[in-house]
Design a protein around this ligand. Structure first.
Ligand code: GLN
Length: 453
């Protein structure tokens, strides 16, 4: 009841696209009934959570915050959401996001941007971005509208919004959480994960979400470890790598200080700090912004106005006109930009120069991490190059893409990575520290997060 009341009170944040209080109440009632009967409670019994709008939820709109899927009510449930309901959780509603998860500020949503509950000290009421694309999730948790939420991360969409709002978010190893029923953006990168107020809550949520799913061909066929039970903030014997290439020219002194703070905390927790090199880091962002749009252009071809979603049918239009009118009206500008870039880099004349080349770079980036693991067990970096910026402040796409500079390399390599709060900047805004781990080693990532939070 308290969370439902909070959601109703905080409408100005625009965090929820759809509210489903009955779903949350049913889960709470089921938990009460189980408790009354003396049954063992499921791990998330009665816990009300927010679902990013990218997840298909049976009978409840899943629009990926796009007009082209407005009113689309999936006839089935995503594997991740089903697992959460099976673990006893209930849904408070569907959370706003960047359209098709493309963006870093939530400003590409077709239903208006989310507003962060944070304000700059002395900055009046100037609204700030909650980050993106999982900005509805981050804002809702930071504003205490829900204790936890799902997110998805293709190139940073869990970690950067977590950093911008002072919460915690983990993207597990690629394949840990099923992509079945998660509206696709870039399939070789998309990964669901957990967002919550602290590391322990993230561990609990992720444990419920993860697991092998035969319905997703890239699902990892491996048991889910007991991450919560394994939590341990003692980092003795762990080598934490500091990748020197992340110390980019022009890194702000505040971000440098944040990083140093993280290094000191890791040392205090018993870790050994080592400098490592990831030499291909500077090619990660360009490679990502070729591969992700290429896959998006292919995935988004299905929105043709024929099978589901919106249809625009101008008078006397033929099939081609219907496709064009539907896509022109249904997709937002950033989505169209990605489709155009994607089809360009995949076109016959440019495929080798762009797409094949980017895939080769991706292999080199993955190899950089493999080499780093000879010298360290974890990597520690800032999550984002700045604190949250003002809504409407970043208007050109390239500056927006630069937000992802620290999060994209581990996405290309499919590695688990998380953001934990690292303190406040001079304006009183939260900054995040990123921990990157070896494939399948979410436990070490969570443990380091626990030591730093
Ligand atoms: N900001 C990045 C992009 O727009 C990452 C988005 C994401 O992780 N979904 O592609």
């Amino acid at each position: 009841d308290a969370f439902i009341a909070q959601v109703a009170k905080a409408k100005s944040l625009n965090a929820f696209l759809v509210e489903t209080p009955d779903h949350a109440i049913a889960a709470a009632d089921a938990a009460d009934a189980a408790r009354a009967k003396g049954d063992t409670l499921a791990p998330l019994a009665g816990v009300p959570i927010g679902m990013k709008d990218l997840f298909c939820t049976k009978g409840v709109q899943a629009a990926a915050a796009s007009h082209i899927l407005e009113d689309f009510k999936p006839p089935y449930e995503s594997t991740v959401s089903q697992r959460l309901w099976d673990a006893g959780a209930g849904m408070l509603g569907k959370l706003n996001m960047d359209q098709f998860a493309m963006g870093s500020s939530n400003e590409t949503s077709a239903f208006g941007n989310v507003v962060s509950p944070w304000r700059r000290e002395g900055g009046g009421n100037a609204p700030l971005t909650p980050g993106g694309s999982s900005g509805g999730s981050s804002a809702a948790i930071a504003a205490r509208l829900c204790p936890a939420a799902t997110g998805t991360d293709t190139g940073g969409s869990i970690r950067q919004p977590a950093a911008f709002t002072g919460i915690t978010g983990i993207k597990p190893t690629y394949g840990r959480c099923s992509r079945w029923g998660v509206i696709a953006f870039a399939s070789s990168l998309d990964q669901a994960g957990a967002m919550a107020r602290d590391v322990t809550d993230c561990a609990i949520l992720l444990e419920a979400m993860a697991g092998f799913d035969p319905k997703d061909a890239t699902s990892l066929d491996a048991p889910v470890p007991k991450w919560e039970a394994g939590l341990n903030a003692d980092l003795s014997g762990k080598r934490v790598g500091i990748p020197k290439e992340y110390r980019s020219d022009g890194m702000s002194p505040e971000i440098e200080a944040l990083w140093q703070q993280g290094i000191d905390w890791a040392k205090d927790a018993g870790a050994e700090i080592v400098e490592v090199s990831l030499p291909h880091t500077k090619y990660a962002l360009p490679a990502y912004y070729i591969i992700a749009p290429a896959e998006a252009s292919s995935n988004l071809a299905r929105y043709d106005g024929v099978r589901y979603g919106q249809r625009e049918l101008p008078d006397g239009a033929g099939l081609q006109d219907m496709y064009a009118a539907t896509r022109a009206a249904g997709f937002g500008d950033e989505v169209k930009r990605r489709i155009m870039i994607g089809t360009y880099v995949l076109s016959a004349g440019f495929y080798d120069a762009y797409y094949t080349q980017a895939q080769k770079v991706r292999t080199l980036i993955a190899r950089d991490f493999e080499n780093a693991w000879i010298e360290c067990d974890l990597l520690l970096t800032p999550t984002a190059p700045s604190a949250a910026f003002g809504l409407g402040e970043t208007t050109d796409p390239l500056s927006m893409y630069l937000n992802d500079v620290f999060t994209v390399p581990s996405s290309l390599a499919g590695l688990p990575a998380m953001s934990v709060p690292g303190g406040l900047d001079k304006q009183g805004l939260p900054l995040g520290l990123q921990i990157i781990g070896k494939a399948m080693d979410e436990q070490s990532v969570l443990n380091a997060g626990l030591a730093l939070e």
